[in-house]
Ligand binder design. Structure first.
Ligand code: SIN
Length: 329
C-alpha cells in the first residue's frame, strides 16, 4: 500500500540558519536575513520526505526574541497544529537562545503532534553550511509517528535533544549542544530516526501551563554568583523584581555575605537557587539556606529556572506550588 506523504509546516523565526554573509565564510554574517524557501531550494530531496508548508513568523537574531514573541509563537504554532492537514511542525531558530524558547514551548504548547526545533552554527552562505542537513533531519523527525507526544524536540548535528534538557556549550563548533545525563533522546542518520528514551518530566499538553493564561506580567532576573560578588546588587534586585534566580556555585552555593542578605530578607520577591554548572543541581541546603528562603531549581540551569519562575509567578502560584513546579517540570 502506498502511504500518502505527511504534511510538515516549517515556522521560520530567523537565526544563523537563515543567515548570510560573504560567500564561503562562517564568521561574519547577519542572522535571519534569508527566507527558509531559499534554504529548501538547496535540498530538493527534502520534498521526498513530506509535503512542506512555510510559515514566516519573524526574522530575528534569537538574542532579540522577547517574552511577547514567545507568547505569539506559542499561539501561532498551536493554530497551525490544529489544522487537520498538518502532521508535524518544524521551527527554525537562532541557536543562542534556542534552549530558552524550546523550554518555554515545551512547557506551554497545548499540542500532541511533533514539534521539532532546529538551527545552525554556520550561515546559509558558508562553506559546508550545517543548516540544510539540520532542517532535512528535522522534517524527517517531524514526519515520524514515533516523535508524537515526546514534547518539543531539537535536532542539531545528527542528535535529537529534549527541549527541556539541551544547553548550548560551544560557540564555534557545529556540534554546539549538549545535555547532562541521561543524554539525548535519540540520534538521526540521514532521515532515519533512532530514539533511545522518552522525556520524563511534564511537557506540552501534560503541562499546566499549556492550559493557562498569558501574558507575563512579572519581572524575573538572574543574579550570577562569583567570588566577591556584590551583596548590594542582590539587595537591589530583591527590591525591584518579583523573582530572582541565583546562578550559584557548585550545588547552588554562594559567599557568606550573599547568604546574609538572603537569610535576612523579609520581602515578597521569590528567590530560586540554581547551579551555574552544566552538570549542576541545587536541592534544599541546610548549610546555605537554613531558613528555606529559597526554592531549589533542581537540575534546571538559571536561564531555564527563570522561565519556569516567570510562568509560575504570572499564574499566581503560591510559594509551595512554585517549589512543586521544580520537582515536576
Ligand atoms: C542567533 O541565535 O540568532 C544567532 C546565532 C545562531 O543562530 O547560531
Amino acid at each position: 500500500m502506498i502511504q500518502s506523504k505527511k504534511t510538515i509546516a516549517i515556522v521560520a523565526t530567523g537565526g544563523t540558519i537563515a543567515g548570510s554573509g560573504r560567500i564561503g565564510e562562517s564568521a561574519q554574517y547577519q542572522a535571519g536575513t534569508l527566507s527558509v524557501v531559499s534554504i529548501l531550494e538547496t535540498i530538493p530531496q527534502i520534498n521526498n520526505l513530506a509535503e512542506l508548508q512555510v510559515h514566516p513568523f519573524c526574522s530575528k537574531d534569537s538574542n532579540d526574541i522577547t517574552h511577547d514573541d514567545l507568547i505569539q509563537l506559542k499561539n501561532f504554532v498551536e493554530e497551525i497544529e490544529r489544522d487537520p492537514n498538518v502532521d508535524g511542525i518544524v521551527i527554525t531558530h537562532g541557536t543562542d537562545t534556542l534552549e530558552e524558547t524550546a523550554f518555554f514551548l515545551n512547557l506551554t504548547l497545548n499540542v500532541h503532534k511533533p514539534v521539532i526545533m532546529t538551527g545552525a552554527m554556520r550561515p546559509a552562505t558558508a562553506t559546508s553550511a550545517d543548516g540544510p542537513m539540520n532542517l532535512y533531519q528535522s522534517v524527517a523527525l517531524a514526519a515520524n509517528p514515533n516523535a508524537i507526544d515526546l514534547g518539543v524536540l531539537v535536532v542539531i548535528g545528527d542528535t535529537i535533544y529534549s527541549g527541556r534538557d539541551l544547553t548550548k556549550i560551544n560557540s564555534i563548533k557545529t556540534d554546539a549542544f549538549e545535555v547532562a545525563a541521561p543524554g539525548p533522546v535519540g540520534y538521526m542518520q540521514d532521515d532515519q530516526v533512532y530514539l533511545i528514551h522518552s522525556p520524563y518530566r511534564r511537557h506540552t499538553h501534560y503541562s499546566q501551563f499549556a492550559h493557562s493564561t498569558y501574558p507575563f506580567d512579572k519581572k524575573v532576573e538572574i543574579f550570577y554568583v562569583h567570588l566577591n560578588c556584590d551583596p548590594d546588587l542582590l539587595r537591589y534586585m530583591l527590591d525591584h523584581y518579583d523573582g530572582v534566580v541565583l546562578a550559584g556555585t557548585g550545588a547552588g552555593n554562594y559567599p557568606s555575605q550573599i547568604k546574609e542578605v538572603i537569610q535576612n530578607y523579609q520581602g515578597d520577591c521569590t528567590i530560586v537557587r540554581s547551579s551555574r554548572l552544566l552538570e549542576g543541581a541545587a536541592f534544599d541546603s541546610p548549610i546555605f539556606d537554613p531558613l528555606q528562603k529559597t526554592i531549589p531549581a533542581h537540575r534546571l540551569s538559571a536561564h531555564k529556572a527563570r522561565i519556569l519562575l516567570l510562568l509560575g509567578l504570572s499564574n499566581h502560584c503560591s510559594k509551595e506550588q512554585l517549589r512543586q513546579l521544580y520537582k515536576e517540570y
